[in-house]
Ligand binder design. Structure first.
Ligand code: AIR
Length: 253
């Protein structure tokens, strides 16, 4: 499919004009960054895995009636998506303490939270995506109170879906981040799940061993990231063909 103009390049993905109005092509790069791009690397196969995994999760959400941007996968690295206006928030849902929550509150990673907790960060790399209270969101008009109520409901549905799918393959969903977009249908504005859902945007721990199967493997130098993502894809039955081998040939003396 013919790609149009490059519209936006982020840390892990590129967006191009799509073939029809209101569509975009989302290209998944092999680049990995962490700590607001202080740490960077290229990881063979990551883009193809995230393309497949995001397709799998978005299709699952469509099946249960959670609106999202996914239209269809085009090839190993590209998918056709609905264009939308991104709400400038990172919507984070946590089931167990980890990462920045553990650091901020001194709660041991892996501690189950009393209930799923939804938090919002303001999406701005130059500020390091700071955590913001709902009051800021409304006062600065990043979203209305009605939008926030709808976003909360969407986020919790995504959480129930993802937690269940993961539990079914022996993986605990610790937390995840989603982004929300606005689409207009006539005068009516609708909020949809956008961006991606992949091990780049979730924390996934093996239920039995606690092994990390997400981007923390890269952030914390815990081993081979492609192996971890391949394991998630394998368990879900969505292993892409032709992913670059995780282990490079080694010279044996
Ligand atoms: N996340 C937040 N910004 C970018 C990403 N990918 C995700 C992390 C983690 C969750 O949001 O991957 O799953 C919470 O991150 P943190 O660092 O706030 O604990």
């Amino acid at each position: 499919m013919a790609k149009g103009k490059k519209l936006y390049e982020g840390k892990a993905k590129v967006l191009y004009e799509g073939p029809e109005p209101d569509t975009l092509i989302q290209y998944f790069k092999d680049d990995a960054t962490a700590f607001n791009a202080e740490k960077k690397d290229t990881i063979d196969g990551k883009g193809a895995l995230n393309n497949r995994l995001s397709e799998f999760f978005m299709n699952g959400l469509t099946q249960i009636g959670v609106p999202n941007h996914f239209i269809k996968r085009l090839n190993m690295r590209e998918q056709l998506i609905r264009s939308c206006e991104i709400v400038p928030l990172e919507v984070i849902v946590r089931n167990y303490a980890a990462g920045s929550m553990s650091k901020r509150l001194g709660i041991e990673e892996g501690t189950q939270l009393p209930r799923p907790i939804v938090e919002f960060s303001y999406k701005d790399d130059s500020l390091g995506d700071p955590l913001v209270p709902e009051e800021y969101i409304i006062a600065f008009n990043w979203a209305s109170q009605q939008d926030l109520d709808d976003i909360l409901a969407l986020a919790l549905r995504v959480n129930d879906y993802l937690s269940g799918v993961m539990y079914g393959v022996g993986i605990k969903l610790i937390d995840f981040k989603i982004e929300i977009g606005r689409v207009w249908e006539g005068d009516f504005m609708r909020l949809i799940v956008a961006d991606e859902i992949s091990p780049d945007s979730c924390r996934l721990w093996d239920i039995e061993t606690g092994q990390k199967l997400d981007k923390d493997v890269f952030r914390r130098d815990l081993g081979n990231l492609t192996d971890a993502y391949t394991e998630v894809a394998r368990r879900l039955g969505v292993l892409p063909a032709n992913v670059a081998p995780a282990t490079k040939p080694t010279i044996v003396h």
